[in-house]
Write a protein that binds this ligand. Structure first.
Ligand SMILES: N[C@@H](CCC(=O)N[C@@H](CS)C(=O)NCC(=O)O)C(=O)O
Length: 111
């Protein structure tokens, strides 16, 4: 049974293939089975993380950064892992959007 049929957020993980901190987040996502986050490659050796657009989203010239569906950026690999964990928990247990929550309640037979 698939416990994650609802996609509540469209998030992007900005990561750099050869960098250790983004790798920590990718390992976490792989362990947790989190697959619905778009991966965006950032060339930190070419300075992609220092562009005005990246800095306005992330706030810091670092990878990884997680962009939420409202454009908010989260940096710090541990904070990103914690956010993913929380989001995954919400998807599994209690959808936050009313329509999806009603669907979940209907499936469970509760109101
Ligand atoms: N404490 C941060 C460290 C992030 C960090 O230092 N990332 C490195 C790559 S592993 C980076 O973006 N370096 C770019 C630079 O120093 O210009 C975390 O855990 O995410």
């Amino acid at each position: 049974m698939n416990l994650r049929p609802l996609k509540l957020e469209t998030m992007k993980l900005y990561q750099s293939k050869r960098a250790p901190n983004p790798r920590r987040v990718r390992w976490f996502m792989a362990e947790k089975g989190i697959e619905d986050i778009e991966i965006v490659e950032v060339d930190i050796f070419g300075g992609d993380h220092r562009t005005p657009d990246y800095l306005s989203m992330a706030g810091l010239p670092n990878a990884p950064a997680l962009e939420l569906d409202d454009g908010t950026g989260i940096t710090e690999s541990i904070a990103i892992c914690r956010h993913c964990q929380t989001n995954q928990h919400l998807v599994r247990c209690r959808p936050s959007q009313p329509k999806n929550a009603h669907n979940a309640n209907a499936l469970r037979g509760t109101n």
